[in-house]
Design a protein around this ligand. Sequence first.
Ligand code: HBI
Ligand code: FE
Length: 285
Amino acid sequence: MDATARHSHRPHGPIADDYTIDQAWERYSPAEHARWDLLHARQVRMLRQRACPEFLQALDRLALSDGGIPHFGRLSERLAARTGWQVVAVPDLVPDPVFFEHLANRRFPAGAFIRGADQLDYLQEPDVFHDVFGHVPMLADPVFADFMQAYGAAGLAAARAGRIDRLARLYWYTVEFGLVRGSRGDDLRIYGAGILSSARESVYALEDPAPRRIGFRADRVMRTRYRIDDLQQVYFVIDDFDQLLDSLQGDREPLYARAAAGPELSPEAVESDDMLHILHAQAAE
Ligand code: HBI
Ligand code: FE
């Protein structure tokens, strides 16, 4: 498949000021729906013992597996009934302020196109599998849903102040690549959409000895650079979703000040304050 085929569904209709488009659900081909079903089945199998319970529960409740690429309108009704969030279609990455404005209003902008058959594992652009399978289930959790809205509000303020970089790192290491402690206390579970939508990283993030797994501190995360083109070298582990929400609630100035006070770190770096998680054998599939 070439690049044109990969974006075969990309709708031709008008793009609104807020970058939303018509999902044009009836225009997906049978092959595109079948690709969703394949990716969905494969990831559910991978994630039964690896994703956090909030994600697994929402997969069922939102009926993301009722056959083919979800219809955003019908999905939004189910999601809004739980947490007031909606899913809107966008063509691709949208500019940061537009992205923040959507999140601050409890709208998740999701790519409408689906990855090509030659890119089943990972691609950098947000397609419908990453956005809807990876991100949307977590939005059915009330605490996580509030965190995402708080992130949007923080982003709008940071954009006005010209300092989005540190906030983007927080998003990367939580919403995209976050791990959470499991109910046993010593086991780890996935909640980050970048991992949840990648078969390879789902195993690597929990079971490979190569990356570091460090207890979450928001200012520490904000000092850590990230790469978008490879498996991660570091994951940050939260205790629960309240810890995320708390990091952005109230006055954020002390957080930005703490982040500015310490050194910038590469993804491989370890600091003396870091709480390193030791790998325990995870339950096999
Ligand atoms: N646009 N569609 C889309 N999806 C994203 O995840 C996204 C975006 N624009 C900006 C962005 N993410 C991030 O760079 C911000 O969190 C900073
Ligand atoms: Fe994402």
